[in-house]
Design a protein around this ligand. Sequence first.
Ligand code: NDP
Length: 452
Amino acid sequence: MASFSEPEFQQAVHEIEQSLLPLFKKSPEYKKIFETAQIPERVIQFRVTWEDDKGICQVNHGYRVEFNSALGPYKGGLRFHPTVNLSILKFLGFEQIYKNALTGLQMGGGKGGADFDPKGKTDNEIRKFCEAFMRELSRHIGANTDVPAGDIGVSGREIGYMFGAYKRYRNEFAGVLTGKGLSWGGSLIRTEATGYGLIYYVQHMIATREGLDLEETFKGRRVLISGSGNVAQYAALKAIALGAKVLSLSDSTGTLIAEDAEGFTAEDIHAIAAVKVLRQPITAAGLQKYKFHKGARPWALVDKVDIALPSATQNEVNEEEAKALIKAGCKYVAEGSNMGSTIEAIQVFEADRKGNKLNDNSYIYYAPGKAANAGGVAVSGLEMQQNAYFNKWTAEVVDAKLKQIMADTFKQCFETALEFTEEGQAPSLVDGANLAGFLKVANAMKEQGDVW
Ligand code: NDP
């Protein structure tokens, strides 16, 4: 069982376990597999010493959790953030296993990072840190072993520095990281993939429930988005392109609300992206026409909402905020972030759904991050496929594959949930995602003799 000193990990285990209870009742042998799957195959923990611009030696904790390789090489991002610890990485790695399974691609689950704060560091210091981090990590990863990617604090620049460091240490140009630059093995659409994929997933939620064509699903809808990083930016751009009104974007300093105007424009998003690359606050984008709510999250700031897309960090929607969303008429919540909602918030959403018919438009329909934000890792998987063939697909080809993967991910979650739902009732996409992802991994573990 998860240790009590790992609250985020425990929360993730508990959340999945709740969904699996009906399966354990039907087929008790899966209990043992779940217990086994909670222990990472390997955890690598290491010291990262690097030199800052003043010539002073700095030290950080580095980690890689190689959680599960039943379906393929360990795959999952690297996070550089002062809050990084083993509990957070184990929660992220655990979720990643089942998310990767849902994509249908050959990927196991892992996660890593460091408690390094990139904020306020010079480019030179970032490069030195990345090289020092890869000095140890390069011993453990490989194109067929473990393929990390970016996450919070690790974008294209950091991937570049780490890829270069790996190449120098190992003398090998290999598809060992995803999110690479386009001229050296990266895939088109990887940058956009999580945000776009999130919107594609929500399109299917709306289309199935309301009987609409995919192109009609976002038209005129009022959308709240949190965060203003990679996921939030591309979710906002795709939602705007589909005719939605994006009312909020936020960061760790507060929330910008564009309620009085027509919502954020694509130009506004580009202005925000430009300041975020420099790691500046959202207010530095100069969008004074919109109201800034210092220190606030978006969920209770607007009276009328159709769709909420948490896309900043874990536990960013709590019970009160979940209730505020329902009060504001919100009908869809889909997480761009990993574990965006607290357990209490999920209970509020799920209680609102229970007992309703699928096509009722009265309840809030909730999709967990492990399904809704799988687009990022899906295109990482497509990057691995292109690297394996030394090949490059066009943006149209990758986007079409991403759309198909998100459609299939939704279908698996929806249909598996239906199997465990009383006839005619609206299925739980949380249960569907957990059950479908777990069953795939569990069966592979059994077939490979990981557990018997
Ligand atoms: P970025 O670093 O690009 O952006 C993160 C955003 O969240 C920033 O706006 C940041 O604000 C804000 N933020 C971070 N911590 C907090 C906090 N404690 N309170 C309020 N705001 C906060 O990250 P991504 O967009 O890549 O990732 C966002 C989420 O999506 C994460 O949960 C990540 O795990 C998940 N995710 C990302 C994927 C990807 O492909 N990038 C794939 C799947 C999931 P500030 O700028 O002030 O720091």
